[in-house]
Design a protein around this ligand. Structure first.
Ligand code: 5RP
Length: 237
């Protein structure tokens, strides 16, 4: 078990470091959330000490705290509405670069940042490449509309569960003050249609389905021994 954990950590580190090496001097970048992105921040920190000039828009309090700790200068989407590149993790990526994100409940800000970026660099370990998206799709929901939104989510064919906090009683509260509902689907045949249908439910802020970024996405797949970089040209030759 410990071996497996170390292998996954090595894969995440390889992907995070490879993505951080793609960052060019003088750019403004999006900083996603999660353990793989943290490796990118660690690598960026070293590059900044060596003279790289960069500023990052963080997608969560956790990422902002980590970036400050590692000396990565921060900025906001207000000050920099167009980003050169965004680096983020994912929970599942399919062969057409459609994704499920949101294990860390940062999906709304992550989607805002991804859509502001010219290039979206997704860093994953190899276990996250899947033939078809399936399982829990996180959805951020306005607390006021939770019951009604969950009823409509059920109508889309899932079993929705309010995500419970750890070390706090009751639901997870996102950085935006909302709830996360994890929607358990079987195989997701058409992610884009499902993303659109979820977005149309009143009270839904955003879903963790990222189905429309394939065109400017680079996926960095880390394994214990190497890193593979896939671009949209590999998906749509
Ligand atoms: C947070 C996310 C993360 O990017 C995703 O869950 C991957 O995390 P990790 O790199 O820790 O496996 O979407 O909301």
């Amino acid at each position: 078990m410990a071996g497996t954990t170390n292998a996954v950590a090595a894969a995440k580190r390889a992907a995070g470091y490879q993505a951080a090496e793609m960052v060019e001097d003088g750019t403004v970048i999006g900083l996603g959330t999660g353990s793989t992105v943290f490796y990118a921040i660690e690598c960026l920190s070293g590059r900044i000490r060596d003279g790289l000039s960069v500023a990052g828009v963080p997608t969560s309090y956790q990422t902002a705290m980590r970036a400050r700790e590692y000396g990565v200068p921060l900025t906001t989407l207000d000050d920099n509405p167009v980003l050169d590149l965004a680096i983020d993790g994912a929970d599942q990526v399919d062969p057409q670069f459609r994704m499920i994100k949101g294990r860390g409940a940062a999906l709304t800000r992550e989607k805002c940042v991804a859509s502001a970026a010219f290039r979206f660099v997704v860093v994953i370990d190899e276990a996250k490449m899947v033939p078809r998206l399936s399982g829990a799709v996180p959805v951020e929901i306005l607390p006021f509309a939770t019951k009604t939104a969950m009823a409509q989510l059920r109508g889309l064919g899932c079993r929705p569960f309010i995500r419970e906090a750890v070390k706090k009683d009751g639901p997870v509260i996102t950085d935006n003050g909302n709830f996360i509902v994890d929607c358990q689907f079987e195989d997701i045949v058409n992610p884009a249609d499902l993303e659109t249908a979820i977005a149309a439910i009143p009270g839904v802020i955003e879903s963790g389905l990222f189905s429309r970024f394939a065109g400017n996405t680079t996926v960095v797949v880390g394994s214990e021994k190497k890193c593979t970089v896939l671009t949209s040209a590999d998906v749509f030759p």
